[in-house]
Design a protein around this ligand. Sequence first.
Ligand code: M6R
Length: 359
Amino acid sequence: EKGSYDHYMLKEINEQPMALRQTLHGRIDGSDVVLEDFPPGSFEDVSNVQFVACGTSYHAGMYGERLLSDWGINADTFIASEYAAYPAPVDENTLVIGVTQSGETADTLEALQRARDRGARTLALTNVIGSTAARTCDDALFIRAGPEIGVAATKTFSSQVATLVLLGERLVRDVTGEPTEGHEQRLRALEALPENVESVIETTDAEAVSRRCLGDNGHFFIGRGSAFSVALEGALKFKEITYEHAEGFAAGELKHGPLALVTSETPVFAIGTGQHLNRLESNVREIQTRGGPVVAVGPRTASQLAQTADEFLPVPATHPDLVAALANVQLQLIAYHAANEMGRSIDKPRNLAKSVTVE
Ligand code: M6R
């Protein structure tokens, strides 16, 4: 039921604090992570991690990969349809994680099958208990976001990221015998994530800012690290429901080609996590020199970024690993309001299905 909301997508964006509370419920105990089927030691044999996924779930996997790599775990992310045809080398110490909301995406199931056939251990990170992925993988970990009706994945991305942080903490402890550096602050920030998302939703100026994006030639999204995965996700959401051209780039890649596209009619969303902000600020200036309007999204404490950009959508200052997840909520709202203003079919965009069960 949509209730008082015009669209399921808006309802599901607004449900994120609640979904995240369900995701986290009972899984953090002081400085420990408690993952029902995964007691301490469950992952002690893992030497490397491969994420396989499609679309939004691919971006969540990439987010997880950036964090795991930063914490010293060997991790890679693969587009499932590519992996199904061109699998990466694995052995019995490889953990292949299929990130899939529905647990029914054919490409992801096939990639997982390939990994299993070649002797890897497989884990389904999914929203749906009893789904094919959950049943066929060696292990399953549920994101507990509740049903998602809108074709555009919103709350499930946030819950995937939160679950991946928990899983990452468990993995690092099992593999290295030590908690991650800064795990206390990260776990406290994870506990605060639902209320921080709430604060973004309550205070956002995304609707007003989205009006600046109507009738433009293209929409670019840039970021580094976890914010790069959110740049890709922001662009996917925007193109999926507005039918306008949008593309995400690693911020540092701009000057290696895409900068040629920047004009006064290509707004650029620059996403900052709070780390390496001076680099992002110089990217912002490169864009502005070519006349491109910049909307920065980042922690409210990033005053220099806020001043440099033409518009600033702040998110609560939190652990740098979680800032991009908050920025993503601003981008969901940008896409939603732009599509709504254009009168698009938001919950069922043309040519798309919620669950892609064909290869
Ligand atoms: O159910 P899955 O997470 O496996 O679905 C993967 C993609 O089809 C899905 O995320 C798609 O990209 C969304 N419509 C994006 O909003």
